[in-house]
Design a protein around this ligand. Sequence first.
Ligand SMILES: [Zn+2]
Length: 68
Amino acid sequence: MEQENKQCEKCGDTLVKCYVADGLKGLLVKNPEGDRLFSNKKNTNINPYVCGSCGFAIWYADEPKKLL
Ligand SMILES: [Zn+2]
């Protein structure tokens, strides 16, 4: 998992990498195209990055290439 610093696109402060309380590894999202396969492998976990200053939040996928 990459740990690069991401900056808030609203105020420029540093975003804090967070996780959702229901899943420590993040929310699992799936590419609907993968539903045609027997088992949908086109999925990845996403985690929110939240700005500690203004509260702006943005989601990033851990393994975006797996969606392709
Ligand atoms: Zn901000």
